[in-house]
Design a protein around this ligand. Sequence first.
Ligand SMILES: [Zn+2]
Length: 274
Amino acid sequence: MRGFVEGALPRAYYFEYVDRSPGIAHNHDVMLAILVFLIGLVLGSFANVVIYRLPRGESILFPGSKCPHCGHPIRPYDNIPVVGYLLLRGRCRDCGALISLRYPLVELVSGIFLLLLYRRYGFSPAFFGYSLFSLMLLAIFFIDLDHRIIPNLLTYPGIAAGLIFSTLTGRLTNAIGAALGAGLFFVVVILVSRGGMGWGDAKLGAMMGAFLGWPLIAVALVISFVFGGIVGLLLVLLKLRTRKDVIPFGPALALGGMIALLWGEALLRWYLGR
Ligand SMILES: [Zn+2]
């Protein structure tokens, strides 16, 4: 409160505060943030298409979306991210089949990712690079969950994009080291564990290294293994899976990558006690 007592602030400071056009810069920021969020929703809708079609070998661009139950094309106004789902109350307009809650969820998560990245990086190369990275992680999370594969069609371009991005942000050497390190780490894990992990995990690890660099890739891997271990243990304890079942590791990796991207530096500072 002391700062607001009359005369407590230097006069120049007071005038500077008063002279600012009230709220214009602020409103501008809020509008841009909302725009970024809406673009995130639309890109999330595209991620849904990738998640559904890529593992099935279908074209991602044509034709338009259909109800997976009755095959009726989805009307453009029903296809609006999140809003369409709410208007339809989660059911197909033609056959009444339930639409998975996952569709609006993926759209929302995508919007939130882009918003968080925009708040941290503004419109910078980092914002665009990490947005692409987080959308790819989002798609890989669900594709591996559904089909137990991590498509090369995502990881190979992902590694290339990560290295290009790291070149643009001036840390190519670091990124190459992190990509090779993570890839080799998984090769060792695959050879030692014989099953459980697959080559898709190694390629995803390399892609994450290419984007995150060192030391964030290490944070991502630690989180992935802790999270994957806990979920695996819970599934076995709750008798939802047996020890022999293959539990996909891609979702754990994607989650670890996203947490490392958003909060990795804070986690590292906390862990190192600084
Ligand atoms: Zn239908």
